[in-house]
Design a protein around this ligand. Sequence first.
Ligand SMILES: [Zn+2]
Length: 373
Amino acid sequence: MAKSKSPKRRGLAPAEIYHLWMVSGGICTFKGCKERLVANNTGKLTNAGIIAHIIGHSNNGPRREFAEEYGYSEEDLENITNLMLMCYPHSKLIDDTHTKDSYPPDVLFEMKKEHEAWVRSWTDEKRKSLAIVHKRLGPPLTTLPLTEHSSNIMVEAVESQSEFRDFSKEGWEKGKEDNSKLYQKFVAKINKGKYDVAEVYAISPIPLLIHLGSLLSDTVPLTVYQYDRENEYWVNKTPTTIELEELIPNFSFVDNKSKELVVTISISGIVTEEDVHVILGKDKDQFNIVIENPHIKRLLYSEQVQEIQKIFKDKVEALHLQKRYDLIHLLYTGPAGLAIELGRSINKNMWPEVAVYEYKYRESPSYHYALTI
Ligand SMILES: [Zn+2]
């Protein structure tokens, strides 16, 4: 194998990796690719972020024959001027036997120059972010595609990405423990003071997200992203090109003189009267938030999230002040980002315990008790 003939590679110092990460904005350098790369919780890059050589380092590596022409000696090839941060598919593309000829050094040096100039040109202040990646449904995430650049450069991430399968009482308790561990890791990193902001990326069972939200305090400004399934990227603010359909939230209260309050929030589907009565009976107080025409793509952007979150927080707090509930039951159907924000609204110094229910499509009853916050 050619490997034995290859010169020894000098390992990059953490400062060099960090520098490369920052000048690339943590985004794949390949022209036209806006793939945001994920750094894992050891601070090293996962295989999502590949450090690719423009002039190959091994003796018969891609473009190795151009080394002299471009003034690189063997030792210089690990110089960051010769390195590009890329997503895995693009790092393969530029090195693959069948495609590498389309990427001579000039093309790649130009890409690197343009990309780094683009990152420098961001007029807003670049903020260093720590991400929480909470993906407990389906396979783990390795990249976080965003449509437009965010002025945050994700420097590090803490993650909980093992699939959640145990929907038993013990399973949910374990889920809460996992959340607490993740949160502690997050706080330990935040307390080192290296980050300006935090970001959350989540696709997980709703009760776990509401619970995670209840743990997240405002130590640093926090942005919760939501996944746009249709377009396959993460979003936060409404793009200027989109005119949002208004949510038109309606809310109603049924007073049964109970010490327990059922809160239903219908965003991507409807929590029906029957759902509530089957599992909780008919004798509890009930507060309902329902938007006009609920469906799965109805709520996506942070402005919409805030609108519903505010109603939930303000109304439930006002009701609780008046009625002093012993327990609140929460039945929610809606997107992940809003679930986290609902959790963040739960003020543990003021609110009673909140029992959270899991929605199971095609099951009867549709809601099952999951966990208590
Ligand atoms: Zn790429």
